[in-house]
Design a protein around this ligand. Structure first.
Ligand SMILES: C[S@@+](CC[C@H](N)C(=O)[O-])C[C@H]1O[C@@H](n2cnc3c(N)ncnc32)[C@H](O)[C@@H]1O
Ligand code: SF4
Length: 386
């Protein structure tokens, strides 16, 4: 029915829960702390309305993955999660093998809800462990200890077939030796998937103020590169190679929802500050909802949805996004999809230069960044997308 080179990549639903128990000083995600209990029933009603509104715009899809992200979705009651899943299941068909992930913070209070989440339909959790070192967890403003985090991982492993956890490396004072040991320890608790992010000093965060005032320093470029190399080598050695620049998995255990973004599929963004890419007719719409939780709530109650920005992507913008997302993946992209989006071929001269420099590999229907190219990924993408 729709002739668009995205049809067969799958359809995902992202649900954003915008609240956290406290704000971490490095984080610039859309997360807010409330000192009064959040009215989950009222938010649930709004989530349901926004789901119904989105389904009316893009009916007939089959959901291949759902992701509850945040913020801290593990502050949601299992009943709230279950009711949102029911609404999604009522709005679209569900693939029987759909991956349904919830991001959880690893405190003991939250781990107590894991069984309820499984009963509600969650089949994968992603835990924000961040560090396996108590002083660093405190510096990162986290509310859990290493012991609590490892216990939450153990509980997750006993309840869910699939789980992952996140660590942040290149933290202030982080040495290659300390990271190598920490990563080995992490891998001994990981079954199939790990997300390993290099700390970024994000504008507007506490860490940025401290950094600008010279009160924290992060590893220099050379140390950062050594930390990155250790990450690749250690994970590979243990059978968890990178399939994306920051994500490592046993082959077949990749996050299907995140693959959908990187393979430039179609997804609905539900909740405050969620982004979507909807394919209507032959065009791709980029949608963004109101970020502020209570403003979003009132907007949905008034209008039936919280979308405040919507743009039909030009074929050029689609081509750029496609490269920006796809080249993060080790598998790379199929250049023919770029041609289908843009009606143009990639710049052959630039491809040749990047290939001669050993930064990309072009092999028939695949174009992929090489291990040498990944540390300078942004420059490679800028060169191809220009
Ligand atoms: C938005 S958080 C949501 C998950 C959950 N609330 C938590 O913090 O555990 C998703 C992940 O982004 C990563 N992250 C957030 N801010 C970051 C930063 N400034 N640098 C690197 N990684 C960051 C963390 O690893 C975190 O687990
Ligand atoms: S890192 Fe996670 S817990 Fe911390 S403020 Fe951000 S979203 Fe909330």
């Amino acid at each position: 029915m729709i002739d668009h080179p995205t049809r067969d990549v799958g359809f995902g639903v992202y649900v954003h829960w915008p609240f956290c128990a406290s704000k971490c000083p490095y984080c610039d995600f859309n997360s807010h702390v409330r000192h009064q209990p959040v009215d989950q029933e009222r938010f649930l009603a709004a989530f349901k309305r926004e789901i119904a509104h989105t389904a009316a715009r893009i009916p007939g899809r089959t959901v291949t993955s759902i992701f509850f992200g945040g913020g801290t979705p593990s502050l949601m009651k299992p009943e709230t999660v279950g009711a949102i899943l029911d609404a999604i299941g009522g709005a679209w068909a569900m693939d029987p093998g759909a991956e349904v992930t919830l991001e959880a913070n690893p405190t003991s209070v939250e781990a107590e809800r894991f069984r309820g989440y499984r009963g509600a339909g969650i089949n994968r959790v992603s835990l924000g462990v961040q560090a396996l070192n108590d002083p660093d967890l405190r510096r990162l403003g986290r509310m859990h200890s290493v012991e609590e985090a490892l216990s939450a991982v153990k509980i997750a492993a006993s309840i869910f077939d699939r789980y992952s956890f996140d660590l942040i490396y290149a933290r202030p004072g982080h040495t290659p030796e300390a990271w190598a040991a920490e990563l080995e320890q992490a891998i001994s608790h990981a079954v199939e998937h790990l997300s390993l992010y290099q700390l970024t000093i994000e504008p507007g965060t506490w860490f940025q103020r401290l950094y600008d005032a010279g009160k924290i320093t992060v590893p220099d470029e050379e140390t950062g590169r050594a930390l990155y190399d250790i990450t690749q080598e250690t994970c590979e050695k243990h059978g968890l190679p990178a399939y994306e620049i920051s994500n490592h998995a046993r082959p077949g255990a990749e996050s299907r929802h995140n693959l959908l973004y990187w393979r430039y599929g179609e997804y609905a963004g539900i909740g405050p500050g969620a982004h979507g890419r909807l394919v209507t007719g032959n065009a791709r719409l980029a949608t963004s909802t109101e970020k502020h939780p209570e403003t979003w709530l009132e907007l949905v109650e008034r209008e039936g949805h919280g979308v405040i920005d919507e743009e039909v992507l030009t074929s050029e913008a689609e081509g750029d996004e496609f490269l920006l997302m796809g080249l993060r993946l080790k598998e790379g992209v199929d250049p023919r999809r770029f041609e289908a989006f843009t009606g143009k071929t990639l710049n052959q001269r630039r491809l040749r230069i990047l290939e001669e420099e050993g930064l990309i590999q072009v092999d028939g229907s695949r174009l992929a960044v090489t291990p040498k190219g990944f540390p300078v990924l942004n420059a490679v993408i800028a060169e191809l997308a220009a």
